[in-house]
Design a protein around this ligand. Structure first.
Ligand code: ADP
Ligand code: MG
Length: 484
């Protein structure tokens, strides 16, 4: 990854150690142990079954689709799939948890050791994944000030989450950001989580400690529920500096749970950290252990799509893209699909330039995702065709692209309507050239001595033709006329 990240202190340099626990909402129409729906933004308490409301006597029934999604995710990161796993109860009291316990997996998770590769242009680093287990989400509390009242929305209660626990293998905020971005990309590729952090579908608990390089691991703090890559980076930067200041001051780090404040970019203490025994974990007697067959696992393996790393390698190999561009495109499934559609039957490098350059730039400005792009892949492809068959120049194409963004019109229609067709008629171009040469006799004399000055005439001719003259032909004709 990037060069070694260190925090300077009065007593020397400090190293930062980071481990992330990511909660990812499983893409599934129904909850982990009930048939209630899981749509985002529904009317409060409209998606709650008797199981989710913890009515006495209700029994949980595992949702096969949720298990399948977690196994898909495990296979996508080359993890050990445990054919025998079990659900445990994590007991605690809170108003958003009517059962009084969360069904989770502490002792025997569904997915064991795996790994995720993060990279810079040249260096690749492997971040270990300790486990992925499946668990229920809790409900949500809402508080009113006037009058003082609290409300419970149980729509999220019982929604399936995957908790993806990394090893403490990251050494800088940038590495943590790269890990999270890569993990989100993988989840979206396999379709096991939509990765929408702003809707809470993916959130990270950020574990941070500091130490002098070479020392044992330091005591960590855990900053809960950070919901964007940018905030994870900010939380780590703040927390690491805070810890260094405490330690250099002769203090000790308390193992505690902290909260991130996005407005100030700081963290504050929420509570001292519980240990597992505080939760009185025990196997859930309502649920049998999960036993997976080889057929079930192999069946899922057979349907795994091409993953981002493989796709990047293919883009470099098959299309000759630069590794950086290939990585940018392959990192996002929707972008890579869009690109491949544009590249189909065309010069792929030209297609990649348009997608990563003009299109991404425009989308960025508009604040839109690629699947909301005002220009379709088909239209962008058509625009590239108009350049390659000399209907328009690359310069004019950029103007046409701007109009496409605004109007959503097809490029052919825009070129037709606005009369932007490139002038390739030798006679017409020659006429413009002659006019300009005649108007500038001294410059002509100079240019005959210094051929480099011909560039000035190219500019004048292009301007006079409103950018429509074919630049290669302009060059050729000028060279002939000035060469003598
Ligand atoms: P818990 O379940 O109590 O949160 P775990 O031991 O399972 O604790 O670790 C949770 C996370 O904390 C993991 O992502 C792990 O990588 C990270 N972690 C553990 N020790 C440290 C440390 N000293 N510094 C930073 N992160 C750590
Ligand atoms: Mg934890």
């Amino acid at each position: 990854m990037e060069s070694t990240y260190r925090i300077k202190g009065a007593t020397g340099d400090w190293e930062v150690v980071i481990g992330l626990e990511v909660h990812a909402q499983v893409t599934s129409n129904a909850k982990l142990f009930s048939g209630a729906a899981t749509a985002f933004g529904a009317e409060p308490n409209s998606q709650v079954s008797l199981v989710d409301a913890a009515m006495p006597g209700m029994l949980p029934v595992p949702n096969r689709e949720c298990i399948r999604q977690a196994v898909r995710t495990g296979l996508a990161i080359d993890a050990q799939i445990n054919k025998w796993s079990r659900f445990d109860r994590k007991n605690y009291f809170y108003a958003d948890l009517p059962q009084g316990y969360q069904i989770s997996q502490l002792y025997h998770p569904l997915v064991g050791e795996g790994a995720i590769e993060i990279e810079d242009d040249d260096a690749v680093k492997t971040i270990g994944v300790e486990r992925i287990h499946v668990e229920q989400d809790a409900g949500k509390l809402m508080h009113d000030q006037h009058p003082t009242r609290s409300y419970v929305d149980l729509n999220r209660s019982g929604v399936a989450l995957m908790e993806i626990v990394s090893r403490p293998d990251m050494r800088s905020p940038a590495e943590a950001g790269a890990y999270l971005t890569k993990l989100r990309s993988i989840l979206r590729y396999v379709g096991s989580c939509d990765g929408n952090m702003d809707q809470g579908s993916m959130r990270a608990d950020v574990n941070v400690s500091v130490r002098k390089p070479g020392d044992e691991l330091g005591t960590r703090t855990e900053t809960k529920n950070v919901n964007s890559v940018r905030f994870v980076i900010a939380a780590i930067e703040h927390e690491a500096k805070r810890q260094v200041a405490v330690l250099e001051d002769g203090g000790a780090i308390q193992q505690e749970t902290r909260l991130f404040n996005p407005d100030t970019g700081t963290t504050r203490s929420m509570r001292s950290k519980e240990d597992a025994h505080d939760y009185r974990y025990f196997p859930d007697p309502d649920l049998l252990p999960l036993e997976l067959t080889d057929e079930f696992i192999d069946g899922i393996r057979a349907t795994l799509p091409e993953m981002p790393d493989q796709k990047k390698a293919r883009f470099v190999e098959q299309f000759g893209l630069k590794p950086y561009d290939a990585g940018v495109l392959a990192g996002d499934k929707a972008s890579s699909d869009f690109f491949e559609q544009v590249a189909e039957g065309r010069d792929a490098r030209v297609a990649a330039n348009w997608v990563t350059g003009e299109l991404f730039g425009a989308l960025n400005k508009l604040g839109k995702d690629i699947d909301e792009s005002p220009v379709s892949a088909e239209q962008l492809g058509e625009l590239i065709d108009l350049i390659s068959d000399n209907t328009i120049s690359g310069r004019i194409a950029k103007d046409v692209f701007e109009i496409m963004l605004e109007t959503g019109d097809a490029p052919g229609k825009i070129v037709e309507d606005k009369g932007l067709k490139q002038v390739t008629d030798t006679g017409a171009i020659e006429a413009i050239v002659d006019e300009i040469l005649a108007a500038n006799p001294e410059k002509v004399a100079e240019a005959k001595e210094k051929p480099k000055l011909a560039g000035w005439f190219v500019g004048q001719v292009m301007k006079a033709s409103q950018g429509k003259a074919n630049p290669a032909m302009v060059n050729e004709i000028l060279a002939k006329k000035l060469g003598g």
